[in-house]
Design a protein around this ligand. Structure first.
Ligand SMILES: Nc1ncnc2c1ncn2[C@@H]1O[C@H](COP(=O)(O)OP(=O)(O)OP(=O)(O)O)[C@@H](O)[C@H]1O
Ligand SMILES: [Mg+2]
Length: 299
């Protein structure tokens, strides 16, 4: 099972996803994955967390994906694929193209997505539940749309190769297997592997749960409604809305502002379950505090 926590910057995604994971870990084997480039799981758990899962509690492991490293690995692999595809005299062009790609927006997301797909493939069997603490919302929605795009891209390439292959088969049957045929077969197997990986991720996303974290204010509410629509477009189900840092009754004016924002939210998304969390008057960045917060998240 996969669960995502997403939302605007600073709303409490890391706090809530980790508290939720801690709660779940009493019943199942849980892995928390941070996909935010500005990792902070280490601060929260007072322990160093890295690209390999670290056990912080019984049944609870944490891992921080490294998007920089992912981008480099992704481009190295893309380079390999492209070089196999191109005549040697164009290999310098390939390198130039990759340098440009490294700096272009989207590469980072694609690399991260590939890393997520590999992580799910590698660890699905070892955990009952993988929980993602994602980067702020715009980024997340784009990330969620990518498997679709990338599968389509890979499909297109494969179709073209299949046509070329049929032609090569006819020509090839006149002589032996050529170097270019072997190269094509290699390329096709790389593309098939990627396609399978992205298709798998797309299916996994569609049967996952996406939780949106927000505060009870007008702007976060509007953004949540937009994010919900974007996720719906990609058929990613939203499991719950987590309203964080609700003001105490001792601040009636503030409460009224929040109620108004929440009324807009519930009118727009009447069928999505809502969980509220109070503004806590102690430091919440510790494992002890997470235990406490987990009790609010039990449903
Ligand atoms: N219910 C709460 N009461 C009090 N403080 C809270 C509460 N929830 C979160 N915080 C605090 O608010 C800050 C932001 O929370 P957190 O880091 O979980 O947000 P985030 O959405 O992950 O942020 P980012 O987008 O930067 O990753 C942290 O200092 C956290 O300790
Ligand atoms: Mg965070």
């Amino acid at each position: 099972m996969l669960t995502f926590f997403g939302g605007k910057g600073g709303v409490g995604k890391t706090t809530l996803s980790n508290a939720y994971a801690l709660g779940r870990s009493k019943q199942e084997r849980v892995l928390v994955v941070s996909t935010d480039p500005a990792h902070n799981l280490g601060h929260l758990w007072h322990q160093e967390i890295g690209p390999e899962p670290v056990t912080v509690r019984e049944n609870l492991d944490l891992v921080e994906l490294d998007p920089e490293k992912a981008t480099r690995a992704h481009l190295a692999q893309a380079g390999e694929t492209m070089r196999a595809h191109m005549p040697e005299r164009l290999h310098k062009e390939v390198d130039k193209h990759l340098e440009l790609a490294a700096a272009s927006p989207g590469t980072h997301e694609a690399a991260l997505l590939e890393q997520m797909a590999v992580l799910i493939e590698d660890h699905e069997g070892s955990y009952d539940h993988i929980i993602f603490d994602t980067a702020p919302s715009g980024h997340t929605a784009r990330l969620m749309a990518l498997p679709e795009l990338m599968s389509a891209w890979t499909d297109g390439l494969l179709k073209r190769r299949d046509k070329a292959d049929k032609f090569a088969d006819v020509v090839g049957s006149l002589g032996g297997e050529t170097k270019s045929q072997r190269r094509d077969a290699e390329l096709r197997s790389i593309l098939y592997r990627r396609r399978t990986r992205f298709a798998h991720l797309r299916d996994a996303l569609r049967s996952s749960t996406f939780n949106i974290v927000l505060t009870a204010e007008r702007l976060p509410v509007m953004e949540t409604i937009e994010l919900y629509a974007e996720l719906a477009e990609h058929r990613i189900p939203v499991g719950g809305l987590f309203i964080n840092r609700r003001s105490p009754a001792a601040l009636p004016g503030r409460r009224a502002v929040e109620e108004e924002a929440l009324a807009t939210l519930c009118a727009a998304l009447p069928d999505v379950p809502v969980t509220e969390l109070p503004l806590l008057d102690y430091e919440v960045g510790s494992p002890e505090a997470l235990e406490e917060i987990a009790t609010y998240l039990q449903r």
